[in-house]
Structures are given as C-alpha cells and as structure tokens.
Design a protein around this ligand. Structure first.
Ligand code: SIN
Length: 282
C-alpha cells in the first residue's frame, strides 16, 4: 500500500490525504497519520473512494463510537440508525434524505450534552451545472478565529457559557416532540478546549445558541452575532468542492460548516453521513 500523504489545502482549514483506500482496514500507523492531520487541519478529504455503508461505518469507528442521529430514523441507509442520506432526490414522491440539511453555519449537535466529535460525509452523487460542481460545503476554522481575537475580547469571554437550544434553528426536516424532549436546552462554554490538542476554539452559533448565561437578551444577541460573524470571516474559511467518491471528515470542536444550496433538481446531490460521539465540552 502506498504511504499516506497529507496535502494541506493552504487555507485556514483542510487537507487532502492521498495513498489510502478507505474500503480496507487501516493499520495503527496509518490511522495515526489521519488523526494527527485532523487535529492539525480540522477537515480532511480523501478523493476517489468506493465505499459501502459498512465501509463508511467502519472508517467512522476509528475516530470513536458512531452516534445515532435523529434523521437516520427516517433516512437511514438500509435502515441503519447511524448512517443516513442527505439528498435533494425524491423517489415515488418521497424524499430519500434530508433536504437542505445544514444550510446555515453550525457545528454538529451543539444542542446536545455531548455534541458530535466528528462528522463524515461520502459523496455518492454531486450536482453539476454544465460540468461545474455545485453544492459545496464551507468550513470555518473556529480555533483560528479564537486566536485572532484581541486579548480584551478573549478576557471578556473566557468564562462565559452559552445556552444551546435544539429549537433555536429552523430545520429542514420535521422534528418530533420526542426529539425536542430528548434535547432540553443545555449550557456549553463559548470558548471550548479541544479534548485532544488542548487548543481553544470559539463555540458559538447563531440560532442554536440562544442566550449567554448572565447577560440580558440584548447583550446576549449582540455578543452571539459579533462572534458568529467573526468565525466566518473569509480568512478562516476552506470551501470543499465535492467530487463523486470524496470522503470528508471534520472535527466539530475546531470547525463550523454549512452546506451551500446553489443547486436544484434535476441536478442530484446524495451524500451519506455518519457522526462520532463526543465528550461534554469544557
Ligand atoms: C451537514 O451539515 O451535515 C450537511 C453538510 C452538507 O450537506 O454539505
């Protein structure tokens, strides 16, 4: 097997890894290269992969325990609760996946006590317009955004917590009363320390984060908006342009992401999605 090689994107996040067939078992040295690259770059992509759902779940499990997602209950691949479809495709009048998933900047499952550690997407179909790939995914490096804050702002936010509420964001697919009951509002620090590297990142998301503990509504909103806007400045962004067969994995502590909705049928987009369970943010 050729040695895995890491090619940084040259942007604030993201690196391509070549020389790995993700349908095969990985040895510990190879996975160590992947883990270190993820810790360093926040987002990794592997081109030209050919995966079954089982391969994707097996690769996900190298990073930690695969998590169940509420969307998988409707859109699970082969009925699995841990791998589900994101798609704009309908078959027999029925959506086959979550449509317009994640179209605003966010970090996965921030509404949960244990937000997702990592998320993985595999591109089965990529929309195009006259050969131009559409439906990219943007990533914003929230650790680089934290590093760029003036010291006075770092001091002001050092010990603040945000209230994260599952009901805060408008979701693309229906949410049941059980889902809402499962995720009561939760408080997380708005400056998170990475569980592996110890690096600090901003952990604040418009809509998902509905208040700052100890601040009134006006002050809370002003701070949430200022920091959320700061994270997505162009200098912190890597935008992934999908090719069929891409696998992309990202670290939800280090980066935020959003799906670019610049396509529609008859251009089809189909991605398989898995997540890895995370720890309580500190
Ligand atoms: C997501 O937020 O998980 C979806 C990202 C995408 O579809 O590009």
């Amino acid at each position: 097997m050729p040695a895995p090689t890491v090619h940084p994107s040259g942007r604030a996040a993201g690196a391509e890894i070549t020389g790995i067939d993700l349908a095969k078992d990985l040895n510990s040295e190879t996975f160590a290269v992947i883990q270190q690259a993820l810790d360093e770059h926040g987002v990794l992509y592997f081109r030209n992969q050919t995966l079954t759902p089982e391969h994707q779940i097996a690769f996900t499990a190298y990073f930690g325990e695969p998590d169940v997602n509420f969307n998988a209950l409707r859109f699970g691949v082969n009925g699995s609760p841990i791998i589900y479809r994101i798609s704009n495709i309908t078959e027999n009048g029925q959506a086959i996946g979550t449509r317009r998933a994640g179209e605003t900047w966010h970090t996965d499952m921030s509404y949960a006590k244990n937000p997702a550690l990592a998320t993985m997407l595999y591109a089965v179909e990529v929309p195009t317009l006259h050969g131009l790939p559409l439906g990219g995914t943007g990533f914003a490096n929230a650790a680089a955004a934290y590093d760029a804050l003036p010291q006075s702002m770092r001091d002001a936010i050092a010990n603040l917590k945000g209230v994260f509420d599952f009901r805060g964001r408008k979701r693309s697919s229906p949410v049941s009363a059980e889902d809402i009951a499962k995720y009561p509002p939760v408080e997380h620090p708005i400056v998170r320390t990475h569980p592996r590297t110890g690096r600090k990142s901003l952990y604040i998301v418009r809509d998902d984060c509905t208040a700052i503990v100890g601040k009134d509504a006006r002050e809370s909103q002003a701070l949430i908006e200022a920091l959320a806007d700061h994270i997505i400045k162009p200098e912190f962004i890597y935008q992934h342009t999908w090719q069929q067969g891409d696998v992309v994995v990202w670290d939800n502590c280090t980066v935020q992401h959003r799906a670019v909705q610049d396509y529609d049928l008859p251009s089809r987009r189909l991605l398989w999605r898995t997540t890895v369970k995370g720890s309580v943010p500190v």
